[in-house]
Ligand binder design. Structure first.
Ligand SMILES: [Zn+2]
Length: 303
């Protein structure tokens, strides 16, 4: 699943690409999302005035005062088409033709890319925004867990209330993190991934943050010492910032038929690297399931 760094990368790209652009039509390809006419009523003739984000949710602010929400969930992907060029972000569709052309599958499931060179829309396209000048934004989603919906200011406020602290905003302080973790019996990995605690961290970055902080993912959140919490606090900011700098694990640059992928995948230290050597101690990286999700860690470095 695209996490904070991936959605933030998409948000930044969309800010450059679609903010200020007028929507001339909407195509809803999947009835699960709703009726075309309901989207059209609000969107057609409207402009995107800002691209915002909370956690993993993308919020496109409309000039008319409403908001178009896009959540990519497990397998959602956004592709912006600007004449010849495609810009993709979100889940990857690894396909055979891509692999045959020698484009390596990036590390990490829930990873981005695109059916590069493939025609859009494809059978996974659920929603299309058409902008003036022939530009298009495609929302593709193989498993259809993602959503697109229109909300007003009040509904948006209710949704925002359900999210915890944004880890890259000033409100994320060491004192706040201590407060979040204090007395909690759940493991630290699950605590970091709970969107009502901290918004935007998922499976990839929880493992990476805990590795950077040298804390074992199974430790009860409330059992951590003050220095350990301080290390997690620093690691959270450092890992997420570094991932954004590299456009996330699950994001591509402008993709052409040669297919570029998100850079951060190369920098993952433990995520989906079980059996490989720890870059710090040379020990073997292990994986285990916590609440049904894979956790990756070094049993020697992480206490
Ligand atoms: Zn190690």
């Amino acid at each position: 699943m695209p996490e904070l760094p991936e959605v933030e990368t998409i948000r930044r790209d969309l800010t450059k690409k679609i903010v200020g652009k007028k929507i001339i039509s909407v195509e809803v390809k999947d009835k699960k999302l709703g009726e075309t006419k309901n989207f059209s009523r609000v969107l057609v003739g409207n402009k995107i005035s800002a691209a915002e984000r909370i956690g993993k949710l993308l919020i496109l602010k409309l000039a008319g005062g409403k908001f178009l929400l896009i959540h990519l969930k497990m397998t959602g992907q956004l592709v912006y088409e600007d004449r010849e060029k495609l810009l993709a972000g979100g889940h990857q569709f690894i396909n055979n033709s891509l692999l045959k052309r020698g484009v390596a599958a990036p590390r990490g499931r829930g990873v981005f890319l695109e059916e590069i060179g493939g025609k859009l829309p494809n059978k996974y396209t659920r929603f299309i925004l058409n902008f003036a000048g022939g530009r298009k934004l495609f929302f593709n989603d193989t498993r259809r867990f993602g959503y697109v919906k229109i909300v007003d200011q009040k509904e948006l406020a209710e949704i925002k209330n359900k999210y915890g602290i944004e880890p890259l905003k000033p409100e994320f302080t060491l004192a706040n993190l201590k407060k979040i973790l204090a007395g909690k019996k759940i493991n630290i990995k699950a605590a970091l991934m709970d969107q009502q605690n901290i918004a935007g961290i998922g499976n990839i970055y929880a493992s990476e943050i805990l590795y950077a902080a040298r804390v074992k993912p199974t430790r009860p959140a409330g059992s951590l010492t003050a220095p350990e919490v301080a290390k997690i606090y620093q690691a959270t900011k450092a890992v997420l910032r570094n991932a954004i700098k590299h456009r996330g694990t699950t994001f591509s640059d402008y993709v052409d038929t040669s297919g570029k992928k998100g850079n951060f995948s190369k920098l993952l230290k433990v995520y989906e690297r079980e059996g490989e050597k720890c870059s710090v101690c040379g020990g073997t990286i292990k994986s285990l399931k916590i609440s049904g999700r894979g956790a990756y860690y070094c049993p020697f470095c992480q206490k």
